[in-house]
Write a protein of this length. Structure first.
Length: 95
């Protein structure tokens, strides 16, 4: 399955924000473990704000990824339903 260039770009951005968010979350947990140090008290707030920012950016990129994926499928002669079926095949819902 070949996908358009926009879909590849948004998929890459989603992956980058996911990795950055995971690293930020790991830093927050490690600072929580070192809670008694002054360094942890100073940087905990900014890291939490950064995590929230990364999460929101990741949500936006996921939305754009889905939108471009669906539009690409429709351009190829499919429908919104076939795009949704392919999306769930590539990215199965949890559970």
């Amino acid at each position: 399955m070949t996908v358009s260039e926009e879909v590849r770009v948004w998929r890459l951005r989603v992956r980058c924000f996911t990795v950055a968010g995971a690293v930020c979350l790991a830093l927050i947990f490690s600072l929580k473990i070192l809670d008694s140090t002054e360094f942890a008290k100073i940087f905990m707030g900014p890291f939490i704000l950064l995590l929230i920012f990364l999460w929101l950016c990741g949500l936006y990129c996921t939305y754009r990824y889905w939108k471009d994926f669906r539009e690409d499928e429709i351009r190829r002669g499919g429908s919104a339903e076939t795009a949704r079926a392919k999306w769930h095949k590539l990215h199965p819902p949890p559970g």
